[in-house]
Design a protein around this ligand. Structure first.
Ligand SMILES: [Zn+2]
Length: 477
C-alpha cells in the first residue's frame, strides 16, 4: 500500500523519470565510452575524463557546487550537491563510482567493451552495470525532481568515487578532508545486486576482507633438482602444503579459533535467508561450476550462509616458475597472496593476527614463512527493520512494481565502515543495479535496460520516502 501511495503522490516525478529514459541511456553510453580503468593497467587521463564527464552530467541534472575532489594521487572523485527548499530537511549522501575494472581479454567480448551496445534488452560494455549504471540512477532521480518540482525533496550530496575497484585506498583521507560537505543523515549506495531481473533488492550484509602475502625461502639461488633434491627442500610444494593447512576437507577456513567472532544469524535473518529461493542449478549455471564438483564450504551451513555469513579463503596469486619452460630446478623461494573474506561480526585486525600467526607457525620442513599483511576491510550489516530501511524498501517496490527482497552479498565495500564510523550510526541503504547475468568484472558485462529504468524510478521515489522516515525519526539536528 505504502509503495502505491508513494508512486501516486509522486506521479509527476515518475513521469519525468520515464520521459528521461533516452537521456539516461545516452548518458550511460557516453560514460561507458571512457575507459576509466582503475589500478596499475589504468590510464589516469581516462579516469580524469570519466570524472569530468560525470561532473558535466551532474550539472545537467541540475546539481550545483560540482567539483572534482583530488586526494593524494587518487583519481578524481566527483562531489555535487542539490539543495531542497526546506532548510531543515535531512541530507542524503548518494554514492556510486565511475572507475571500472580492466576489460580482460578484449577479443573475448561479443562487442567492444568500451562501445555500449544494446542486445536483447541489455546494454553491454565495461562499467555498463558496475557502476556507471549506479551513477545514472542517482542522476536520473535528481534530474526528474529538478524537472518536475524544481528541487529534490531533501538536500542531496552526490559522491562518485574514482578508485572503488582498487579498494578505495584514499577514501578515509577523502572523508577527513571533506568531512563538512560529506556529512549526511543517511547514505544510499547503488552498487550492489538485485536477486533477479525485476526484483528490487536491498543488501543487508557484506563480508569484510583481509589479505596477506606469504613467502617461504630455503636457499639463496636455484639448484639442479637432481644434484641437490633430497637434502635441499622444495619450497613450492612446501608452500602448497602451508596454504592447504589453512582450509579443511570442505574448503572451509580451518585456522583454529578463526570463526569464533562470527555474528550468529538472528532468527529473523535466518528466516529471511532460508525463505529466499536458492536454486542450485541456476547457481551452477551462473558460475559454470562443473557437474562433478559439489558445492564447497561447511556442509551444515545453507549455501547462502556460506556465501554471505561465513569466512572464505582464496589463494589469489602464486609466484613460482610457470609450467611453460619449467626446468628441473629447486626454487630458492616461493610466495602466495592469500585473501580471506570475513563474515559479519569478524574483526579484520583479529583475522590478520590469526592468519599471520598460523602461516608463520605452520611452515613445513623447518622453513620460515614471512608474512606481509595487506588490505583490511570490515564486514557490514544493515538492520532490515530500521524505519529508514523499510521506507527504502517501499520506494523500491513502488519503482519496480514488485516487492523488495533483503539479501546479503559475499563481496566487500571497504568504505562503508569508516564512513559510518565517522558520521555516527546513520542508516545505509544499498540498492542493486546488477542482476545475476550482469557479469560485473567479467567479459560481456551488461545492465538490464528494464531494470535500469525501474531503478531510476525507484531512486526517484526513495528520496521522498527516506526523507519522510528521517523526518519522522526526529534525527539528530
Ligand atoms: Zn562497483
Amino acid at each position: 500500500m505504502e509503495a502505491e501511495h508513494l508512486a501516486r503522490e509522486h506521479a509527476d516525478v515518475v513521469a519525468a523519470v520515464e520521459a528521461g529514459a533516452d537521456w539516461q541511456q545516452r548518458a550511460l553510453t557516453d560514460l561507458v565510452a571512457i575507459p576509466g580503468v582503475s589500478g596499475a593497467d589504468g590510464d589516469p587521463a581516462a579516469l580524469r575524463r570519466s570524472a569530468e564527464a560525470t561532473a558535466r552530467l551532474a550539472r545537467s541534472a541540475g546539481m550545483d557546487a560540482v567539483e572534482l575532489l583530488e586526494v593524494g594521487d587518487a583519481p578524481p572523485a566527483v562531489l555535487a550537491t542539490a539543495r531542497t527548499t526546506r532548510p531543515e530537511a535531512p541530507t542524503l549522501l548518494l554514492y556510486a563510482h565511475h572507475d571500472v575494472q580492466p576489460p580482460g581479454d578484449v577479443d573475448a567480448w561479443t562487442s567492444a567493451p568500451f562501445t555500449a551496445t544494446e542486445r536483447h534488452d541489455r546494454l553491454y560494455g565495461r562499467g555498463a552495470a558496475d557502476d556507471k549504471a549506479g551513477v545514472i540512477t542517482h542522476l536520473a532521480a535528481l534530474e526528474a525532481w529538478q524537472r518536475a518540482r524544481g528541487a529534490p525533496p531533501c538536500h542531496v550530496t552526490l559522491l562518485v568515487e574514482g578508485e572503488e575497484e582498487v579498494g578505495s585506498p584514499h577514501f578515509d583521507a577523502l572523508l577527513r578532508a571533506h568531512a563538512d560537505r560529506l556529512a549526511a543523515d543517511a547514505v544510499v549506495v547503488v552498487d550492489t545486486l538485485n536477486w533477479q531481473v525485476g526484483q528490487p533488492t536491498l543488501t543487508t550484509s557484506l563480508r569484510g576482507l583481509v589479505d596477506a602475502t606469504v613467502e617461504v625461502a630455503a636457499t639463496d639461488h636455484a639448484l639442479h633438482s637432481g644434484l641437490y633434491g633430497g637434502p635441499v627442500p622444495d619450497v613450492v610444494s612446501a608452500l602448497a602444503q602451508l596454504l592447504a593447512s589453512c582450509v579443511d576437507g570442505h574448503g572451509a577456513v580451518a585456522i583454529p579459533g578463526f570463526g569464533e567472532d562470527i555474528a550468529p544469524l538472528g532468527a529473523s535473518e535466518r528466516a529471511t535467508l532460508e525463505a529466499l529461493p536458492f536454486d542450485e542449478a541456476a547457481f551452477r549455471a551462473e558460475t559454470g561450476l562443473r557437474p562433478e564438483v559439489p558445492l564447497a564450504g561447511e556442509p551444515q551451513a545453507h549455501p547462502l550462509e556460506r556465501l554471505w555469513r561465513r569466512p572464505h579463503l582464496t589463494v589469489t596469486g602464486i609466484d613460482a616458475p610457470a609450467v611453460a619452460g619449467a626446468a628441473n630446478a629447486l626454487q630458492p623461494r616461493a610466495r602466495a597472496r592469500v585473501s580471506v573474506r570475513l563474515a559479519p561480526g569478524q574483526s579484520p585486525e583479529r583475522a590478520q593476527r590469526l592468519l599471520r600467526d598460523w602461516l608463520e607457525a605452520q611452515a613445513p620442513l623447518g622453513l620460515r614463512a614471512t608474512v606481509t599483511l595487506g588490505a583490511a576491510a570490515s564486514p557490514f550489516v544493515v538492520d532490515a527493520d530500521h524505519p529508514v530501511v523499510q521506507a527504502a524498501a517501499s520506494a523500491l517496490e513502488g519503482g519496480y512494481g514488485a516487492p523488495t527482497t533483503f539479501a546479503g552479498v559475499g563481496g566487500t565495500i571497504p568504505f562503508l565502515e569508516p564512513l559510518v564510523a565517522r558520521q555516527g550510526p546513520i542508516p545505509v541503504l544499498m540498492a542493486g543495479i546488477e542482476d545475476p547475468d550482469s557479469r560485473a568484472h567479467g567479459i560481456d558485462e551488461s545492465v538490464h535496460l528494464g531494470d535500469l529504468r525501474r531503478a531510476c524510478r525507484a531512486q526517484a521515489l526513495l528520496l521522498p520516502a527516506v526523507t519522510a522516515a528521517l523526518d519522522g525519526e526526529g534525527r539528530g539536528s
